[in-house]
Ligand binder design. Structure first.
Ligand SMILES: [Mg+2]
Length: 258
């Protein structure tokens, strides 16, 4: 980017699972509990779940398990959807127990972005109820009060690594790809974001550490390395708008920012 005029930075787009919060262990617990309730003798170990994570979307993951490891199981698409519904309810309960926290640096990134008047979006392959569960657990508010735009898995035909979900988030933000930065934790997410033309920062998690992040604009240990936002945007060839609002308040008025 050296020698070129920085393009204005207008928004940030976040993945949910593994990026906003380390949720995969809770998802794995919920899957296993739902299998037990259904009398299925499946147990997804960490190692098995790591491999299944190559398939994005919960229903798709169950289908992949049936196809590759339990082909004798008679489970229709409708049965998978109901099993997944039960898993989602269990996940809801587990997260409600209050074990979930934002990954380091995320809260500060969101607050800094608001201070600079940036728009915030979610692009996730998880379902909308899971996004709401996480938002209620962490902020005690619906996700739409934290993020301007939410694009979730059930709204697209093709999940990550397909770029469809990021394109949907960009369309709703009414921003071009060059005006945003994406934050991800996995190769599938990275490919989805870069496939939509978005510069992407990756902070891998325990399940994604050994993946290839060659297409990333930046790979960091934790998102704390993205602070301050001025430095990150300069590094990615983007210009932050001047601070537009008082610290601690969002850009929509006087609503205090958590
Ligand atoms: Mg993720």
């Amino acid at each position: 980017m050296a020698g070129t005029t920085p393009s204005p930075l207008r928004g940030l787009i976040f993945d949910v699972d593994g990026t906003l919060a380390e949720t995969e262990e809770l998802h794995r617990r919920a899957f296993n509990e739902s299998f037990a309730r259904w009398g299925l003798d499946w147990h997804w170990s960490r190692e098995h779940y790591r491999r299944l994570l190559a398939t994005t979307g919960g229903k798709e993951r169950i289908a992949a398990h049936v196809r590759d490891h339990a082909p004798e199981t008679a489970l229709s698409a409708d049965g998978i959807a109901r099993l997944h519904g039960e898993k989602t309810a269990i996940y809801d309960r587990i997260v409600g127990e209050g074990t979930l926290a934002l990954r380091p640096g995320i809260a500060a990134l969101l607050a800094e972005a608001r201070r600079h008047g940036l728009r915030l979006a979610i692009a996730t392959t998880t379902s909308r109820p899971n996004v709401e569960t996480l938002s209620r657990a962490i902020w005690g508010r619906p996700a739409s009060e934290i993020f301007d735009v939410i694009a979730s898995g059930d709204e697209v035909l093709h999940k990550k690594p397909d770029p469809e979900i990021y394109r949907l988030a960009l369309a709703r933000l009414e921003l071009p790809a060059g005006a945003v930065i994406a934050f991800e934790d996995s190769r599938n997410g990275l490919l989805s974001a870069t496939g939509a033309g978005i510069a992407t920062v990756v902070a891998p998690g325990p399940y994604t550490r050994d993946q290839d992040f060659g297409e990333a604009a930046l790979v960091v240990e934790e998102f704390t390395a993205c602070l301050p936002l001025e430095r990150l945007s300069a590094r990615l060839g983007k210009a932050l708008p001047a601070t537009a609002t008082r610290p601690g308040f969002d850009n929509q008025g006087d609503r205090p920012w958590p």
